[in-house]
Design a protein around this ligand. Sequence first.
Ligand SMILES: Cc1cc2nc3c(=O)[nH]c(=O)nc-3n(C[C@H](O)[C@H](O)[C@H](O)COP(=O)(O)O)c2cc1C
Length: 145
Amino acid sequence: MPVVAYVPISDSPPLLGVACSPLAFTFKLAVKARAFSLCLLDRKYLGAMECLAKVSGAKVIDKLAEIGIKYSKGRKVGAPMIGDAAAAIECSLFTKMRLGDHVFLVGKVVASRAVADFTDFWTFKEYRPILYTGWRRGMTTYSED
Ligand SMILES: Cc1cc2nc3c(=O)[nH]c(=O)nc-3n(C[C@H](O)[C@H](O)[C@H](O)COP(=O)(O)O)c2cc1C
């Protein structure tokens, strides 16, 4: 599922967080598996991002395959790692906290990889990130009422 953003939280242990609706199928999977992955996608994936937002994983056998996104299972926790992602991060679920209508999922980074554009920081010569610029109704699989 697309998420608005992730936040780096801690270096030791390495922790990051995402805010996830408990209505999302991805949320249920992450909690059950006690793991999730985070993949940073280039702007060329903008169309796929829309499909990922509108189709629920609960309704199809393999949402990523359905949309034509190639992935492999992460070696540490088995969460899907998108092959063409600019960066892919495997996390075990460190803790979760209900905050309003979302749950803050805190992941402990157990493995990561990035394309050459990233050394100590992104040069943005190859990787053109998708930046969140606002919300449009209908870009979700659950009721917005
Ligand atoms: C740009 C964008 C950002 C989104 N950010 C979030 C987010 O941060 N948290 C969330 O719970 N849903 C977010 N959504 C909505 C989910 O990605 C969407 O409901 C998704 O289809 C859930 O899929 P699933 O039911 O297969 O898990 C976002 C959607 C878009 C298009």
